[in-house]
Write a protein that binds this ligand. Structure first.
Ligand code: F6P
Length: 328
């Protein structure tokens, strides 16, 4: 089959925003323009496709954004796009603008939509993994993860100062609906005594025994980093259970929340966003369609969108062991 030549490309950001999305938009637009393509921004994810909120972008449209968090294209979850009728309207709007290729920057939910759309219509889609949660297979890192972990680490370091001054047990909740990568990486990076993630069942008795035993040894400063999606209900749930079992413990909680999603992207996020954005356009031009652009072992890796959707990354046993050994 001879692949159609792409001439006009739309770019959108979808799902939860992630620091580095702007750097990715910039890379997609500038690379497309470099190769003589017409570039279009689509506002608020699939909602802009459905509502025809689409505008042409030039090089200046993406000037001075590489260092900014959030996304200049804004983001949303579009319920109409879940329905075939909604996707048809979105397709017709792309056709009206002459758009014949799409770059979607988002998480697995966004790729799910892209997968359905590209099955139904003749518009090739390229996904770029943009989520702080890092819960997508086919890439070592997602755009935004490194910034979120650095934000969490800076916040936890501050908590440690006051925790240490008061000899307290602190339970800090970090983001991650179904994935514990932010907890694992920020927990290791701050020397947490315990890290609770949804991918592994927490043995609460073991946790309580370990904390009680430390209390006896007068090791009163203990940091527990818990994922919001943990089975015991994040920091609130874990603190309630710990207080029931160790009534004397001086426990405080902190929920870091959405500060982890904002702020200037780290060097690493700017770098991977730029690299992935560049390769998204290369893929569209070369006819490598309906894939997610990832980086594995510092090399580009193209994963079919349906695999990026279904497969969740496996938490590495090595990291779990390191976390345990270093906290002992
Ligand atoms: O983008 C991922 C994420 O930040 C998750 O870690 C979190 O559970 C979720 O988004 C929160 O979404 P919202 O901002 O819609 O509450």
């Amino acid at each position: 089959m001879i692949k159609k030549k792409i001439t006009k490309v739309g770019v959108l950001t979808s799902g939860g925003d992630a620091p580095g999305m702007n750097a990715a938009i910039r890379a997609v637009v500038r690379t497309g323009l470099y190769y003589g393509l017409d570039m279009y921004g689509i506002m608020r994810g699939y909602s802009g496709m459905y509502e025809n909120d689409i505008f042409q972008m030039d090089s200046r449209s993406v000037a001075n954004i590489i260092q900014r968090g959030g996304t200049i294209l804004k983001t949303a979850r579009c319920k109409e796009f879940y329905q075939p009728e909604g996707r048809k309207i979105a397709y017709e709007n792309l056709k009206k603008n002459g758009i014949d290729g799409l770059v979607i920057i988002g998480g697995d939910g966004s790729f799910n939509g892209a997968q359905k759309f590209s099955n139904e219509f003749d518009i090739p889609c390229i996904g770029l993994p943009g989520t702080i949660d890092k819960d997508i297979a086919g890439t070592d890192f997602t755009i935004g993860f490194d910034t979120a972990v650095n934000t969490a680490i800076r916040a936890i370091d501050k908590i440690r100062d006051t925790m240490d001054a008061h000899d307290r047990l602190f339970i800090v909740e970090v983001m991650g609906r179904d994935a514990g990568y932010i907890a694992l990486h920020s927990g290791i990076g701050t020397g947490a005594e315990h890290i609770l993630i949804p991918e592994r069942r927490t043995n609460l008795d073991e946790l309580v025994n370990s904390l009680s035993e430390k209390e006896k040894r007068k090791k009163l400063v203990n940091l527990v980093v818990v994922t919001e999606g943990d089975e015991y209900g994040g920091a609130e749930g874990v603190s309630k259970l710990v207080k029931e079992k160790i009534p004397n413990a001086d426990v405080r909680i902190a929920i870091l929340g959405h500060i982890q999603r904002g702020g200037a992207p780290t060097a690493m996020d700017r770098y991977i966003a730029s690299r992935m954005g560049y390769h998204a356009i290369e893929c569209l031009m070369e006819g490598t369609h309906n894939v997610m652009v990832g980086i594995v072992d510092n090399k580009m890796k193209y994963t079919p969108l349906n695999k990026a959707v279904k497969a969740k990354q496996q938490v590495s046993e090595e990291w779990l062991k390191i976390a345990k050994v270093l906290a002992s």
